[in-house]
Design a protein around this ligand. Structure first.
Ligand code: HEM
Ligand SMILES: *[C@@H]1O[C@H](CO)[C@@H](O)[C@H](O)[C@H]1NC(C)=O
Ligand SMILES: *[C@@H]1O[C@H](CO)[C@@H](O)[C@H](O)[C@H]1NC(C)=O
Ligand SMILES: *[C@@H]1O[C@H](CO)[C@@H](O)[C@H](O)[C@H]1NC(C)=O
Ligand SMILES: *[C@@H]1O[C@H](CO)[C@@H](O)[C@H](O)[C@H]1NC(C)=O
Length: 254
């Protein structure tokens, strides 16, 4: 993936001149790097083919993605840990977390619907299979036959890197995830509590019955989440994996 040289140079020049917190917008790279959107789609497509876990991912809504987000000038494991919700979390903790980013309960439930695709490790569920909340017992909300299946997949003391599907149709983006939650067949504790907690239950029920309403709420949530900006200084990296090189005097100022 090497973009034509002039576009590449232009990208770098924006990186150095743009002020922070420029509003994100569709078509941000239309002039400076017209190939950008094609390149991203093409790389994504090729990687999807290469990665067996996403090989056949399909379905789901479309929306226009706003571009121009700036990358951080630093990396922080601590920040990442504070933001990344734990699979042990319950719906009440997740509502608070999302609310702190101005995302509503409905947004939170809809966005959790991204677990309609993909997998998670036994590591993320062994506590709920064998020792929920330190009780020494399994989570009582897991449906009996599903629990047998999870016990076989993730035996106590087994390989916690083994993965299981987040819903019964892990390559289809659909509302099956919500139907599974209603049936007590949620994989993660955080997922299942969306149905056991009263404040989130109504949205799970709604989305389980109406896929279009789920898709619409998912798109709204993705746009709201995508509009979040940290307000901290940033840059558009010329290499995603590293901060851009900068003159020594710039480093001293920042
Ligand atoms: C609501 C709070 C959320 C929690 C607690 C959560 C937690 C998790 C956990 C624990 C895993 C599996 C990690 C592992 O065991 O290796 C996972 C996987 C995944 N999450 Fe979330 N997540 C949340 C929200 C989201 C959101 C908002 C999105 C995207 C919009 C998302 C997309 C995904 C996807 C696609 C996977 C599957 C990855 C794969 O198959 O490799 N999650 N999530
Ligand atoms: C939800 O999780 C939080 C944090 O772990 C805990 O303090 C709270 O008691 C839990 N709520 C319920 C109703 O289980
Ligand atoms: C949430 O909204 C309030 C009020 O509009 C605003 O002051 C705050 O900065 C927002 N928080 C985030 C994380 O965007
Ligand atoms: C269950 O978790 C609690 C609290 O973390 C711990 O004290 C206890 O030893 C665990 N029990 C088992 C059987 O692992
Ligand atoms: C699980 O994966 C991690 C990270 O890749 C690795 O460090 C660990 O050794 C693996 N554990 C087993 C039992 O394979």
């Amino acid at each position: 993936m090497s973009p034509p040289l002039p576009a590449f140079l232009l990208l770098i020049s924006i990186a150095f001149t743009s002020a922070s917190a420029v509003p994100l917008q569709p078509g941000f790279y239309a002039e400076t790097c017209p190939e950008a959107e094609f390149i991203v789609k093409d790389v994504m497509r090729r990687n999807m083919i290469r990665e067996p876990r996403s090989a056949a991912s399909s379905g789901g809504p479309d929306w226009e993605v706003k571009l121009g987000r700036e990358d951080s000038l630093t990396a922080s494991q601590e920040d990442a840990n504070n933001i990344m919700p734990s699979p042990r979390a319950n719906a009440s903790l997740l509502m608070d977390l999302f609310e702190s980013y101005n995302l509503s309960v409905k947004d939170m439930v809809a966005l959790s619907g991204s677990h309609s695709i993909g997998q998670a490790r036994c590591f993320s569920i062994v506590f709920r299979l064998y020792n929920q909340s330190g009780s020494g017992k399994p989570d009582p909300t897991i449906e009996a036959r599903y629990k047998e299946k999870l016990n076989r997949l993730c035996p106590l003391g087994g390989d916690e890197n083994v993965t299981g599907d987040l819903d019964a149709t892990p390559t289809m983006f659909d509302n099956r995830y919500f139907k599974d939650l209603v049936a007590g067949r949620g994989f993660l504790n955080s997922d299942q509590t969306l149905y056991t907690f009263p404040e989130t239950r109504k949205y799970v029920a709604l989305f389980s019955q109406d896929q279009r309403t789920f898709f619409k709420a998912f798109v709204e949530g993705m746009i709201k989440m995508g509009d979040l900006q940290s307000g901290r200084p940033g840059e558009i990296r010329s290499n995603c994996r590293m901060v851009n090189r900068r003159p020594v005097n710039a480093l001293l100022e920042s």
